[in-house]
Design a protein. Structure first.
Length: 130
């Protein structure tokens, strides 16, 4: 079994774990900026769920599981869609920047996973006998 991972996959995993742990810790430790109290509860709940499932997906990506690619793309798409309204409608500049970071990081993770090097790594992993 080959354990070599392309840099695109390692970068996606690193960005995924870093951003999700940062977001979870910010919410759990109460580090939300002023104005965050008007964020709809469903968005906060989505942030928790996406954060926890993203940690699971990160582990799955590291262990080269195909389901983890699909889960990560779905989670990052949901995160992107839930953060996008904050670009225009967040009440403070700080929350708009946070929304921008969420959108950009989600897009970068999706793109990194869809690059040929990442896709080839999973094809190679599937082709190897168990």
């Amino acid at each position: 079994m080959s354990t070599a991972r392309p840099w695109t996959l390692v970068a996606a995993i690193t960005l995924l774990i870093y951003t999700q742990l940062r977001d979870l810790l910010t919410v759990v430790l109460g580090g939300l900026p002023a104005g965050a109290e008007i964020i709809p509860p469903v968005v906060v709940f989505l942030a928790y769920v996406i954060g926890l499932l993203s940690i699971v997906a990160g582990y799955g990506l590291w262990t080269m599981r195909r389901w983890a690619v699909i889960l990560t793309i779905v989670l990052m798409s949901i995160g992107l869609l839930s953060a996008a309204p904050g670009l225009a409608f967040a009440p403070t500049r700080e929350l708009q920047v946070a929304a921008l970071i969420g959108v950009v990081s989600s897009l970068v993770i999706i793109i990194l996973l869809l690059l040929p090097a990442s896709r080839q790594a999973f094809r190679t992993q599937q082709a190897q006998p168990a």
